[in-house]
Structures are given as C-alpha cells and as structure tokens.
Design a protein around this ligand. Structure first.
Ligand code: SG5
Ligand code: ZN
Length: 261
C-alpha cells in the first residue's frame, strides 16, 4: 500500500536519513482530523493573509517536493490573526501528493485522504532573527494547509504547472519572480488549528498548523503534471516524485480547535 512503498522509499531518500519517528515526540504531524472531536473556539480570529507577488523568487525541486520560495527579508508577505499571536512571514510553499488520486495528502479529515495537500510555510520574524532559529521554537512556524481535490482546472495553479517541466530533476531551480499564492487559498474563512511539527526532517515541534476546511479544485492533468517530476538528479535512474507524504502520527494529548460551528 501507500504507506509501505513510502517507507521503503524513505529509507533511500537523503532527507530521511534521520529516523521516521522522534523519540518522545508529543506533537508530531500530520494527524487525522476527526471532525466531531474538534472543538469550536469562539475566540479564534479570522486569518488575515497579505502577500506581495513580487516577493516570489524561484521554483526549486529539492528532491522531496517542489518549493516556491519567497524573499523573507522584510514583512512584505505575511499572515496575522487566526490562532497566531504574532505576524509570520512567508518563506516557501510546496505540495505533497500521491501516485494515484486515492491518497497523497498528509492530513486526513475523518480518515479521508485527498489526492494532494498544499503547505504555505511561515516563520515568526517578530521573536526570531531567521527561519533556522524559528524552526527550533514551539511558536516559530505557522503552516497553512490546503487540500486539493479532483474537479475543475485551477487557473492560478496552472501558471505553476506550466513551469514544472523546467524543474523535473532534483536540484534544479528556475526563476519565478511574480506569483501570488493567495490564489491557491480558498476564500471560505473556516479552518482547524492544532500544535504540531514539521512533516519532514528535522520534524521539530515548532508548527502552529492552520488547516483550511474547504479544499481547492484541480484537474487530473494538473495532478499528473506533479507526478512527472523526479526524486532523482539528471543522469540517475529515474524515480517519479510521488507519495511524498509522511504517515499519520498519534494525536496524543492534543485538541484540534475549529474556527467554525
Ligand atoms: C522545513 O520543513 C524545511 C523544508 C521542508 C519543510 O521548512 O526547511 C528546513 O529544514 C530548512 C532549515 O525543507 C527545505 O526547505 C529543504 C532545505 O520542506 C520540504 O522539504 C518540502 C516538502 C517541510 O514543511 S512541512 O512540515 O510544511 N511539510
Ligand atoms: Zn509539507
């Protein structure tokens, strides 16, 4: 199944030379969000997103996903509100997806997988001097998660999809200097939030997760374009970049809060 092939591949993947589980970890991600067990919190504020499209820098195949990276040297692309006490700067976004449409997301809702999941990674530039230090702190990062489901072609995503052939191999980068990722975030304000971790090494327990309730729609061709990317560098035996998600982790002593009834 998906889980086993993932574990086999992890064993080979350089990002995963550290263990799959963190000994003593109590707030690991991803998790299954059990809708009925989430607790409505009337004090949760709406999340405010303010991105400057010109802070976009490039697209990079890092051998695990493709990352769209942003200039985070100023407060030009930020989020504020929601469960957050500070404003957080956008650093990068990336996706996780499956070999087929039956799985691919990292989080699940009532044990249901989506075919892909978008992560917009932000760091707390009010309290920490740089991303690397924020990664080590409990309130260092805020990641917005957006589920992708099969449906209509997504015009905003298509700009990215068109650029993917240029970063097919690991360690390739292309300039991508204007993009507003807010086009990938559903306008419905509803979200779940919980305290968790990065889902790739170093797996640090530094992330406030904000998972949007409503998915965005993408079409089959767009998901297939993700699946043409490669884990491997030019010259290596080709391995398709698919199933780049971490297995579900135990909820342990955590509550998932919702911004909606
Ligand atoms: C961290 O976590 C990693 C990303 C990784 C996400 O942001 O960054 C670092 O550890 C740098 C200090 O890795 C890189 O950017 C490669 C250098 O993103 C990926 O590997 C792409 C999947 C993972 O974030 S997540 O928890 O939202 N999935
Ligand atoms: Zn991710």
């Amino acid at each position: 199944g998906a889980c086993c092939s993932y574990r086999l591949r992890d064993a080979l993947h350089p990002l995963w030379q550290s263990p799959l589980t963190i000994p003593g970890g109590t707030r690991q991600s991803p998790i299954n969000i059990q809708w009925r067990d989430s607790v409505y919190d009337p004090f949760l504020k709406p999340l405010k997103i303010s991105y400057d499209p010109t802070t976009c820098l490039h697209i990079w195949n890092n051998g695990y996903s493709f990352l769209v990276e942003f200039d985070d040297s100023t407060d030009r692309s930020i989020i504020v509100g929601g469960p957050l006490e500070n404003q957080y700067r956008l650093k990068q976004f990336h996706f996780h997806w499956g070999a087929i449409n039956d799985w691919g997301s990292e989080h699940t809702v009532d044990s249901k997988f989506y075919p892909a999941e978008l992560h917009l990674v932000h760091w707390n530039a009010v309290e920490y001097p740089n991303f690397e230090e924020a990664v080590m702190e409990g309130n260092g990062l805020a990641v917005i998660g957006v589920f992708l489901k099969l449906g209509a072609r997504h015009e905003g995503l298509q700009t990215l999809v068109d650029a993917l052939p240029a970063v097919r191999h690991k360690d390739t980068v292309i300039e991508f200097d204007v993009f507003d990722p807010s086009c990938l975030i559903p306008s419905c304000p509803d979200y779940w939030t919980y305290a968790g971790s990065l889902t790739t090494p170093p797996l640090t327990e530094s992330v406030t997760w904000i998972i949007k309730k409503k998915p965005i729609e993408v079409d089959e061709d767009q998901l297939e374009a993700f699946r043409t990317l490669l884990f491997t560098s030019d010259g290596e035996e080709e391995r398709r970049m698919v199933d780049n998600f971490r297995p579900l982790q135990p909820l342990m002593n955590r509550t998932v809060r919702s911004s909606f009834h």
